[in-house]
Design a protein around this ligand. Structure first.
Ligand code: G3I
Length: 331
């Protein structure tokens, strides 16, 4: 018998998976058995929910919410404000010129009010602002239309608007390369300054798009310690473990080598041992998918290159990675 992952980790944190309308069908049994939280991979992003000003398309997101409710799962909302997957109309007047700050903030406020109030009481945590910190050395915030037009307090505003609508929802800042020291320090100072200003922010989301070598275990621990020292909650929000190094652009593999799967299993064991040891701070661990039959990594950083980043294989059978994660719960 295969133990339920979420049951095994019940004392520590929720176990989540990102889903989309396709995997909600093809992976539904696996999702029901192992996960007690889901996140929309794309269906709650700005361009999906409000492609045209004032006309909202909630059908796909509603379906996911219904699935979660029917099976007693929580939902992590992803994401309200992001530089990506946001329609052009948000930033442009009818004549193509850029909107002004007041107009942009009014658009943001209306979107947040509509979306957050619709899913109030169901979505337990929102990624309010996603990936606003720059990867470039010496630059704190990523250049974006939100930043250019509204100025840096677009971040604080987003949290304030969301908190007004649903004071009980946990509000997160979410980012990747979160364990890389230079970016970690920038995320830390952004969140610290928001806290100092009294902005209602409750947590940091560590995306955790990791691979067989990076980041190092020390860098992961250090990142968790630093963020936790701010007195915020931590969620692991998009975990996957690529079997390729980032620089590895090979496209010839049709199945993973044994050695890759062994290393992956070892990495997963270490990660869950760490998560467990910080479970006072970490209250949810979400994978960016559920099984190897579907992953965004099949198209990144190389198009149409298969990857195998999860605990379950293409036929939804548990991999060694799964058993190591189960072991880590009792070690
Ligand atoms: O829906 C269209 C389809 O109509 C069109 O024919 C097709 C052609 O390429 O594209 C489809 O849209 C794709 C969409 O996923 C839905 O599948 C987009 O091209 C593709 O870019 C988009 O990728 C998503 C990506 O975010 C966009 O930035 C991935 O699925 C999604 O996994 C990924 O998720 C992000 C998180 O939100 C934030 N953190 C990083 C993470 C991975 O990039």
């Amino acid at each position: 018998d295969i133990p339920n992952l979420h049951e095994v980790y019940k004392k520590h944190f929720r176990i989540g998976a990102a889903v989309n309308p396709f995997t909600l069908n093809t992976q539904s049994e696996l999702l029901k058995h192992h996960f007690n939280s889901i996140t929309a991979e794309n269906e709650m992003k700005f361009e999906n929910l409000q492609p045209v000003e004032g006309s909202y398309t909630f059908a796909n997101a509603d379906r996911l919410i219904d699935f979660a409710s029917a099976h007693g799962m929580g939902v992590r909302g992803h994401t309200l404000v992001w530089h990506n997957q946001t329609p052009a109309w948000v930033f442009e007047n009818k004549d193509g010129s850029a909107v002004d700050r007041e107009t942009l903030l009014a658009t943001m406020k209306a979107h947040i009010e509509t979306v957050v109030s619709r899913y109030k009481g169901i979505v337990y945590a929102w990624d309010v602002v996603n990936e606003a910190v720059s990867d470039k050395s010496g630059e704190l915030l990523r250049p974006s239309k939100w930043l250019d037009i509204a100025g840096e307090d677009f971040i604080a505003k987003a949290f304030e608007y969301a908190h007004e609508v649903d004071p009980k929802a946990l509000l997160f800042y979410n980012d990747y390369n979160e364990s890389v020291p230079e970016k970690r320090d920038k995320i830390y100072s952004l969140v610290r300054s928001l806290k100092e200003k009294g902005v209602p922010i409750h947590g940091v989301g560590l995306q955790a798009h990791w691979n067989l070598k990076h980041p190092s275990i020390d860098d992961i621990r250090e990142a968790i310690e630093r963020y936790a020292s701010l007195g915020v909650k931590l969620h692991i929000t998009e975990l996957d473990v690529s079997v390729f190094e980032f620089e590895d652009r090979r496209t010839d593999l049709t199945e993973p080598h044994e050695a890759m799967l062994d290393q992956q299993a070892e990495r997963y064991r270490q990660f869950f041992e760490i998560f467990k040891s910080y479970s006072e701070h970490i209250e949810s661990v979400t994978f960016w998918g559920a099984a190897d039959d579907y992953t965004w990594l099949d198209h990144f950083p190389v198009r149409n290159r298969k990857n195998w980043p999860f605990l379950f294989d293409e036929k939804h059978r548990p991999k060694q990675s799964f058993w190591n994660v189960i072991d880590a719960a009792s070690s």
